[in-house]
Design a protein around this ligand. Structure first.
Ligand code: ITT
Length: 199
């Protein structure tokens, strides 16, 4: 059975990934392995930040691991907040501050389409692999709902009238960027496991 360390300090991500991952892949959190350091994410792209997060844990622990970087991309804001989604309103900004800044930047803008994107980097037997998941949608004019995290109260995925924050986790998983990326990630892990078993 593949055992993988998930390189995140975000408990919401851990819960979402656990809810999609099959029992045949065993997940260890950073808490499980006693890793408390901050993981830097200094770049302007999800691909690079996802890669550096996974490499940080691989270099520290020398074990198979994966990381994800996610962001909200709004074309009317030239792709912002993007890779800076967690730090949009400042380095230690809260979800509420980031969300308030997004709504104020979107005031009076009628082009409200947006997309969430997740890039997962897996380091498996020393080799690096990446997969992504995308969820298209629109930005609501005011927050709705109490579930989820981050920008969930203002993001309405295509095919629904509800924001992510108005959905249960199972409902969010039917649409979300992270759930799609995790499904692609599972396919990748199965393929790599089968390849190494046949060697
Ligand atoms: P790591 O430890 O994994 O780095 P993080 O919270 O720093 O956790 P990111 O750097 O990937 O995560 O930042 C993602 C930010 O994008 C997150 O703080 C939210 O503001 C937003 N975000 C990502 N996925 C989201 C989702 O499913 N719903 C709402 N907001 C989301």
């Amino acid at each position: 059975m593949p055992v993988l360390i998930f390189a995140t300090h975000n408990p919401h991500k851990l819960q979402e990934v656990q809810s999609v991952l099959p029992a045949s892949i065993r997940l260890l959190s950073l808490q499980d392995v006693g890793y408390k350091e901050n993981i830097p994410e200094p770049y302007d792209t999800l691909e690079e930040n996802s890669r550096v997060k996974a490499l940080t844990i691989y270099e520290a622990l020398q074990r198979d691991c994966f990381a994800e970087d996610s962001g909200l991309e709004v074309p009317a804001l030239n792709g912002a907040p993007g890779a800076r989604s967690a730090r949009f309103a400042g380095d230690h900004a809260s979800d509420a501050e980031n969300l308030a800044l997004l709504l104020s930047r979107m005031e009076g803008i009628s082009r409200r389409e947006a997309r969430f994107r997740t890039v997962i980097t897996l380091i498996w037997q020393g080799k690096l692999h990446q997969v992504e998941g995308i969820c298209e949608g629109t930005i609501a004019t005011a927050p709705r709902g109490k579930g989820g995290f981050g920008y969930d109260p203002v993001f309405i995925p295509e095919g629904s009238q509800q924001t992510f924050a108005e959905m249960s986790l199972d409902e969010k998983n039917q649409f979300s960027h992270r759930a799609k990326a995790i499904r692609a990630f599972c396919d990748l892990v199965y393929r790599l496991t089968a390849e190494s078993d046949s060697r």
